[in-house]
Design a protein. Structure first.
Length: 314
């Protein structure tokens, strides 16, 4: 079985990935500075004998005596609340983190996967978004620390591959939801669910007609693993997400229905550079990985609601 390093390993996606790889019999080390990672997730994982936790920051070069077969680089705040609060730290995490992870991978001759994002497409003028689309990103807006940081990290990964022949993989992750999301990270699904459970007003920014497509976390994790296990010629970038797209108003109404909430919907101004629509073209994922999402949105949403109900009851 493989020895695997996951940066950002006790965050939302990292924790699910750690658990899945442990269940597959691998030895997993999570590296996280706990800026957005969860101590609760760490404690849940620490029960496994094949799990190790290292409190480290990817912005700082690291070297420890452990050879890893695979590295998943998930380290970076993905919530606008966090990455806009510390924009320089966000940019450093994407760029310095990419250099440090790639240097370490080169020393260990590890295969390394970069978790990029649909945010590289910005406010897209092409819909749905294929990987060949270069995007429409504001280079100096309030979201650019994340958008441009991830675009730069993709470039760094490709340059390491071209110059040093390092085996790399790049995926672009679209909106993902599910259990273990932080209740305070400001993402729309968790915000709406918590507001609905507590019968508070549900806040929609803009007119609510902007659309997103939400992929359940189990499907996303399966896609990450499929990408890592794919042929060396499959480098990416490859989109991972779902084509089931709907408006923010529809999402709020569905969550009110599923939680039997008394919440009312209120509208506030749309933040700067907020994309009007977002949906992946999954042609490459289907062709190269034989992957597509399987969990129906309503099923995943009910699972997520039950998770947050349990969290708020404790």
């Amino acid at each position: 079985m493989a020895k695997i390093l996951i940066t950002g390993g006790v965050g939302f996606l990292g924790s699910h990935l750690c658990q899945a790889l442990i269940n597959h019999g691998h030895h997993v080390t999570a590296l996280d500075n706990l800026y957005t990672g969860s101590l609760q997730n760490k404690e849940l994982l620490s029960d496994h004998q094949r799990f190790t936790f290292l409190k480290k920051d990817v912005r700082i070069p690291f070297d420890f005596k452990n050879d890893f077969d695979e590295i998943y680089n998930l380290a970076c705040p993905a919530s606008p609340i966090y990455y806009q609060k510390t924009p320089l730290k966000t940019m450093q995490t994407s760029i310095y983190g990419a250099f440090n992870v790639l240097d370490f991978a080169f020393q260990n001759q590890s295969k390394v996967l970069q978790a990029s994002t649909s945010e590289v497409y910005g406010d897209p003028e092409i819909h749905p978004q294929p990987e060949s689309y270069w995007g429409n990103v504001n280079p100096h807006g309030i979201r650019s620390c994340y958008d441009e940081g991830k675009r730069a990290s993709e470039s760094i990964f490709f340059d390491f591959h071209r110059q040093f022949h390092l085996p790399i993989k790049i995926v672009r992750i679209f909106n993902t939801y599910g259990p273990l999301m932080s209740p305070n990270d400001g993402r729309v699904v968790s915000n709406f669910i918590i507001q609905a459970i507590q019968n508070e007003d549900i806040t929609i920014y803009g007119d609510g007609q902007q659309t997103r497509s939400f992929c359940y976390v189990d499907d996303l994790i399966r896609g990450l693993i499929e990408m890592m296990q794919s042929d060396e010629s499959v480098i990416g970038p490859i989109n991972l997400g779902t084509t089931y797209e709907f408006s923010m108003l529809e999402l709020a109404e569905k969550i009110i229905q599923f939680t039997h909430s008394q919440s009312k919907i209120v509208f506030k101004p749309l933040p700067e550079d907020d994309p009007k629509e977002r949906q992946p073209d999954l042609t490459l994922a289907k062709q190269k990985l034989n992957w597509e999402p399987q969990v129906p949105f309503e099923e995943g949403l009910l699972n997520t609601i039950e998770y947050f109900k349990g969290l708020l009851d404790t």
